[in-house]
Design a binder for this molecule. Sequence first.
Ligand SMILES: Nc1ncnc2c1ncn2[C@@H]1O[C@H](COP(=O)(O)OP(=O)(O)O)[C@@H](O)[C@H]1O
Ligand SMILES: Cc1ncc(C[n+]2csc(CCOP(=O)(O)OP(=O)(O)O)c2C)c(N)n1
Ligand SMILES: [Mg+2]
Length: 294
Amino acid sequence: MKTLGEIGEDSLISRLITLVPVADQTMEGPGDDCAVIDDGRSGFLLLKTDALVEGVHYERSADPLAVGWKAIARVISDFAAMGGKPERFLVTVALPKSLQLDWIENFYRGMGNCMSRYGAVLAGGETCRVPEGSAAVISISATGSVSREQLVLRSGGRSGDEIWVTGRLGGSISGKHLSFLPRVEQAAWLTGNFALSAMMDLSDGIASDLPRLAKASGCGFQIDEDAVPLNNGCTVQQALTDGEDFELLFTLADSLGLPESWRSIFPDIELTRIGTLVAENQGRELSGGWDHFS
Ligand SMILES: Nc1ncnc2c1ncn2[C@@H]1O[C@H](COP(=O)(O)OP(=O)(O)O)[C@@H](O)[C@H]1O
Ligand SMILES: Cc1ncc(C[n+]2csc(CCOP(=O)(O)OP(=O)(O)O)c2C)c(N)n1
Ligand SMILES: [Mg+2]
C-alpha cells in the first residue's frame, strides 16, 4: 500500500472523490477553485472550504491579525477566480489549550477586517482542541455567488487562447502571503467586459497551476518565461514555483483593447500576457510548485 507522500496531492484527491456521491444540482464539483451549484437563484451559488495549518501556512510567530486576514483572503481569492464574490463564512478552529487568548482574538479581528473589506459576514463555526504540542488547524468554509453571465471555469480554455496573469509573481513568503488583496474587483471587471474562457487563482505557483488549467481545458500550453512578471528580487524560477501569489491566471481568445482599458482602471496592477494554450500533448511541461505531499 502506497503512502500519501508517494502519490502526491492531486492523485490523492482524484482517488478520494470517486468514493462518494456528488450532489444533483452540482454543476461543477471537485476540480475548480469553488464548487458551483445551480440552486434556481438568478445567479449560481459558490461553495469553498480551505484549511490553514500552523507551521504549514503560517509560522506561530506571525502577526495573528495578518494570519486572520490571510485565512479569509485566500478563500475570497477562490471566489474571485470564478468571477464571483464571497457571502457567508463558517470558521472551525482546533487549538491547543496553551494558546494565548490574545492570539486567537487578534486572529478573529484580522478575519473581520478582511470580511468587512469584501462585504462578507460570519455565519458560524466550531471550536475544539488539538492535543498539546500539536499544530493549530483552522478550517474556513464559505458561500459566495456569481452571476450566470460572469461565471468562468478552469475548463473553458481552447487551443490558441492567450494566457494572461495579474500582478507580479514570486517571493510571497517574505510577506505578501499574509497581506495580499484578493482580486475580486479585477475579476468582476474582466468577466464583465471580456469573454474569458478560463480562470483560476495562483495559489500553488504557475508551475503547478497552469498545467491544471490547461489539463482541465483539454489543452497544452506554451509560456514565455521572459514575460513572467517578477516581484522585486525574484528569479523566474521563484515566480513559477513559490506559490501563494493569489493573482488571477486567465485565458481568452481575443484581448483587443484589454491592456489599454485595464491600465486606465487598475493603473497600479500589472497585467501580462505570458503564453498561449495549444493542442493537448503539445507545448511544454513545467515541474515544481507546491504539493502538500511531495
Ligand atoms: N479532500 C478533498 N475531498 C474532495 N475534494 C477535494 C479535496 N481536496 C481538494 N478537493 C477539491 O480539489 C480541487 C483542488 O483543491 P485545491 O488545490 O485545494 O484548490 P484551490 O487551490 O483552488 O484551493 C478543488 O476543487 C477542491 O474542491
Ligand atoms: C510556514 C510556512 N511555510 C510555507 C509556506 C508556503 N506555502 C504554504 S502552503 C502553500 C501553497 C498554497 O497552499 P494550499 O493549501 O495548497 O492552498 P490552495 O491551493 O488549497 O488554495 C505555500 C506556498 C507558508 N506560507 N508558511
Ligand atoms: Mg487546497
